[in-house]
Each structure stands twice: as structure tokens, then as C-alpha cells.
Design a binder for this molecule. Structure first.
Ligand SMILES: Nc1ncnc2c1ncn2[C@@H]1O[C@H](COP(=O)(O)OP(=O)(O)OP(=O)(O)O)[C@@H](O)[C@H]1O
Ligand SMILES: [Mg+2]
Length: 239
């Protein structure tokens, strides 16, 4: 019995055919443990978003297996795949999408529309997350009036609402200043540690990457390093 929430076994993804074939992700094998927050870094085009999309059940790998909490999601049929995306994984995309005419809080509460959740508990959880992510002040503001950074944080809070086992975030702090960015990453980390979830956070921001428990680096679709502790990376870099 392993403590891994996420196991990737020889995962590859190619797009196109022949001369136009792009090997976006190549033979990636990796485990992420319960309670672990991992940051994923690498140059533009190195396959980070493609990997996240496969783990989130949005893209089918060309080869390999992806096991989440004991479930091989690459073998899922359509129904199981939809349930997996809805209940097991929280996804924050590179450009976070909000319902513009709903308030910050309402954007969190819409996850309850899937049903089966106590409304009072839902509201309590929404307010708790808004507080943790520094959004209490803008709770009742419609999201078209929120700043880019605020909208990103609402997207993160929303991803956490359904209590997913795995949280995937693509560039969560891109439009945040460093103080706010650190606060967002720390709130995420607390959530991951405290509730024994796992998280992959893609970021170009070195300071944010360093706040994670482990740093994974992609180069050209391959795992370049998988266990670089933030300190190791820092000291091996010429500045
Ligand atoms: N649907 C697609 N069809 C063809 N090629 C694709 C597709 N999606 C991604 N690619 C290619 O796969 C490679 C990896 O893309 P990916 O989006 O995973 O990179 P990334 O590491 O997330 O980059 P960035 O840091 O710029 O977001 C790129 O060369 C990209 O052009
Ligand atoms: Mg990307």
C-alpha cells in the first residue's frame, strides 16, 4: 500500500501525425503523496498544461496509466470520467473562468447546484474559503468588477469547494503581486496539508514554486528532475 494519491506510469501524449507530430509529454513516471503540494516548472511549451489536462481527465494520454487514489482514470468510460472531473479533482485553468454577473460568493455557491450538499454547510465553507484567500471584503461584488488577481483567487476557492482529493492549478499567481501570491500559495498549502489532499501547481514564478513541498521540472516533455527540493534548485542556480 503506497501513500501516493497520484501515480503516473509511463505517461505520454502526442498531438498530430507524421511530420506534424508533437510529443508534448514523453514517458513520465511520477508519484505524488497524500498531503503533498508539488510545483511544476519548465519552459513554455514543455508540456506542463498538457500533463495537467491528462491528470484532470480532460485529455486522454497516448500511452501510460494515471492512477488517482487507486482509480486508473485512463480506463474510465464517459460516465466515470465525468464523475471523476466533477467530484475528485479541482481544476483552476490558466485563464480562470467566472460567471461575470454573479458575485464572488455566488460563484462558489454554484458548485452546490450539482446537488446532494447541505446549503448551510456550503455557505459556511464558501465564507471560510473567501476569508482564507483574502476575499472577504469583495464577497458580494460581482465578478466582472473584480481585479484579475481577485478573480484568480475566486477560481481557486471554487476548485476547493467540492472537497476534491486532487487540486490542479495552472499559473495561479500570474497576476498577483508577490505578497498576495505568497498568501494564495500558503492558503492552498494549508488546505493540502490539513485535509490530506495533493496538489500540482504550475508556475513560472520562482518564489511561488519554492513555497511548495517539492519541485518538479519539465524540459521538452520529459521529467528533468522530480525531487529537487526548492533549496537544491536555488543553490545550483547561478545568479
Ligand atoms: N491540442 C494541441 N494540438 C497540437 N499541439 C498541442 C496541443 N496542445 C499542446 N500542444 C503542443 O504541445 C506542447 C506542450 O504544450 P503545453 O501547453 O503543455 O506547454 P506548457 O508547458 O503548458 O507551456 P506554457 O508555459 O506556455 O503554458 C507545445 O509544443 C504545444 O504547442
Ligand atoms: Mg501552460
Amino acid at each position: 500500500m503506497t501513500d501516493a494519491i497520484l501515480e503516473l506510469r509511463g505517461v505520454s501524449k502526442s498531438f498530430g501525425e507524421g511530420d506534424r507530430r508533437v510529443d508534448a509529454v514523453r514517458d513520465v513516471t511520477l508519484d505524488i503523496d497524500r498531503g503533498e503540494m508539488v510545483s511544476l516548472v519548465g519552459p513554455s511549451g514543455s508540456g506542463k498544461s498538457t500533463l495537467l489536462a491528462m491528470v484532470g481527465g480532460l485529455l486522454q494520454p497516448t500511452a501510460g496509466a494515471i492512477v488517482v487514489d487507486g482509480e486508473d482514470i485512463t480506463r474510465h468510460g464517459k460516465g466515470a470520467r465525468t464523475r471523476y472531473r466533477r467530484d475528485r479533482v479541482g481544476f483552476v485553468f490558466q485563464g480562470s473562468n467566472m460567471v461575470p454577473f454573479l458575485t464572488a460568493r455566488e460563484n462558489l455557491l454554484i458548485v452546490g447546484e450539482f446537488g446532494g450538499v447541505d446549503r448551510g454547510a456550503l455557505r459556511h465553507r464558501a465564507d471560510e474559503l473567501l476569508e482564507e484567500l483574502g476575499l472577504a471584503r469583495v464577497r458580494d461584488q460581482v465578478s466582472s468588477q473584480l481585479s484579475g488577481g481577485e478573480r484568480q483567487r475566486v477560481a481557486i476557492a471554487r476548485a476547493l469547494m467540492r472537497d476534491p482529493v486532487l487540486i490542479l492549478v495552472d499559473e495561479p499567481t500570474a497576476s498577483l503581486n508577490s505578497e498576495l501570491g505568497s498568501r494564495v500559495v500558503d492558503a492552498l498549502k494549508e488546505e493540502i496539508h490539513g485535509r490530506s489532499k495533493a496538489c500540482i501547481m504550475v508556475t513560472h514564478d520562482e518564489r511561488m514554486a519554492e513555497r511548495a513541498d517539492r519541485l518538479i521540472e519539465f524540459r521538452d516533455g520529459r521529467l528533468h528532475s522530480a525531487d529537487a527540493r526548492p533549496e537544491t534548485v536555488r543553490s545550483s542556480e547561478a545568479r
